[in-house]
Design a binder for this molecule. Sequence first.
Ligand code: ADP
Ligand code: PMV
Length: 495
Amino acid sequence: MSNGHVNGIHNGVDKMHINGHLSSSRNGNAQSKAQRKQSSPMMPAFMVSAPGKVIVFGEHSVVYGKTAIAAAISLRSYLLVTTLSKSKRTVTLRFPDIDLNHTWDIDSLPWDVFSAPGKKKYYYDLVTGLDPDLIAAIQPHLACVSPEKPEAERKVHQKAAVSFLYMFLSLGNQSFPGCLYALRSTIPIGAGLGSSASIAVCLSAALLLQLRTLSGPHPDQPPDEARLQVERINRWAYVGEMAIHGDMASGVDNTISTQGKAVVFRRPDYSKPPKVRPLWDFPELPLLLVDTKQPKSTAHEVKKVRMLKQRHPELVGSILEAMDRVTESAAAVLDEEEFDNDNAECLGRIGELMTINHGLLVSLGVSHPRLERVRELVDHEGIGWTKLTGAGGGGCSITLLRPDVARDKLEKLEDDLEEENYQKFETTLGCDGVGVLWPAVLKNGLEEDDELGGMEINLDKFLKADGNEGVEKLVGVHGGGGEREGWKFWRVESH
Ligand SMILES: Nc1ncnc2c1ncn2[C@@H]1O[C@H](COP(=O)(O)OP(=O)(O)O)[C@@H](O)[C@H]1O
Ligand SMILES: C[C@@](O)(CCOP(=O)(O)O)CC(=O)O
C-alpha cells in the first residue's frame, strides 16, 4: 500500500483504529489517551459511481459454479456522500429514484450484535454467507422503513435498506460520523442490468473510503495495489448483494460492476473468492439492449431453477453443463486474435451460441412471453441473434445485430418495439468499473490539481436532476464516449 495522503484520504496504520480493532469508544476509557485517534477534519462530500452490466453468457448456470461472461455498460449509479456535523448522530438514505428517504439514529442501531465476539467482521475479511443472527438484528430497523407504502414498493425500499444496513453495521462502528447517502442511477431498476449490484458496489466503496481503508485511485498506483483495493470493494459489495438476493447470488454482477470492462467469471467453491479472468480486449459488439418493462425478481427466478434442479437433478445438471460449454466456446471465440466484430462470420459464431444459450434458459423456465416476443420480432426479420440477459422472468434481452442488416429493417423493429411498450437502450459494453470523484467538485475545465476553483455538486440539484441526462450532466459525464471530468478509476490492467 502506498503511504501518505491518497485522493485526499489518509491511509496506512490509522485505518486499524477506525475499523474497530482498537476503538472502544463505547466503554469509555478502555483506550488510552496516547492511543486515541486525533480528531480529523470533516470529510468533504464525495461521490462514487459504479456501472450496470449485461451477462452476455451464463446467467443462472453461473450460480452452480459454471462459467459466465459479463460486461460493464455505460449506464451507472452515482452515490453522493455527505458527512454531517459532529452533533448529528443520524444516517440517512435518500434514494429518490425509488422514492426512499429514511433516517436511522446511529446510536439506536444494533452495534452490540454486530461487534459481538465471533460476529465482528473487518474490511479485509472474506464474507461468504449472511449471518442469520445479524439479519434478525436488522429486522426491527427495516420494519420502520416506508410502512405507509404499498407492499411492492416497500419491498424495493427494504431491499435497498437491508443491503445498506448489513454493510454499514458490519464495516462501521458506533462512532461512525453522521452521514447522508444520496443515490441516483441511470440503470433501469430490476431489469437484469445489475442495478442492485451497482448500488452495493457504490455503498461498499463509499464505506471503505470513509473508513480510510482504501488507497487510490491515483494515476501512478501499481496495478497490484489497485487490484487489492478493487478486490476489497468487491468482497463487501457481494455482502450487499447477498442481503438482497440471498446466499445463492453468484457474485458475477458485483464483480463486473466493481472491476468494469468484461470478465470471464466462475465460482466453483462458494467458500473462496471467484475465479475472474478479465477480457481487456472485449470487442465492441453491435448490441441492441431491450427492456421488456416486465418486472422480475432475481431471487424468485434463481429459486425456480433451484427447485427444478431438485426435481430433475440429472436433467437440469446436464442443461447447466451444456450452458457451461456454450460460455466456454464463446470465450474461446472472443479470445481469438483474428476475431473481428465487423465480420459476419465471426459475429455469426457468437450469435449462434447466444441462440443456444437462450434456448437452454427457456428450458430452465426463466424466459417470459415478452422476452420471447422480442426474439420473434428479431428472428422474423433476420436481424440478429437474441437472448435474455440477467435473471429473466422479464427484464432485458440483448440482440447481437448482423453487420449487414438494412437500416429500414432495424428502424421497423425499433418502431414495433416502441409500439409494444418495450424500451430500447443505447449503451456501450466494456466500460469502467467503480470510480471516485473526491471531493464532489467538478473542475469545469480547470487543471486537476487546481485548488482554487470548481463547482461543488449540490445535493439538492443532484436529488432533483431531471432524468438520466440531468444526472449525467450534473456529475460531469459529457461527450459521446461518456467522458467524465475529475473522476478517477482503479487501474488494474497490467498490460
Ligand atoms: N436507482 C435505485 N435507487 C435505489 N435502489 C435501487 C435502485 N436501483 C435498484 N435498487 C435496489 O435494487 C433492487 C433491484 O435489484 P434486482 O431485482 O436484482 O434488479 P437488477 O436486476 O436490476 O439488479 C431494488 O429492489 C432496489 O432495492
Ligand atoms: C440469475 C443470475 O445469474 C444473474 C442475475 O442478474 P440480475 O439480478 O437479473 O441482474 C444470478 C446470479 O448470478 O447470482
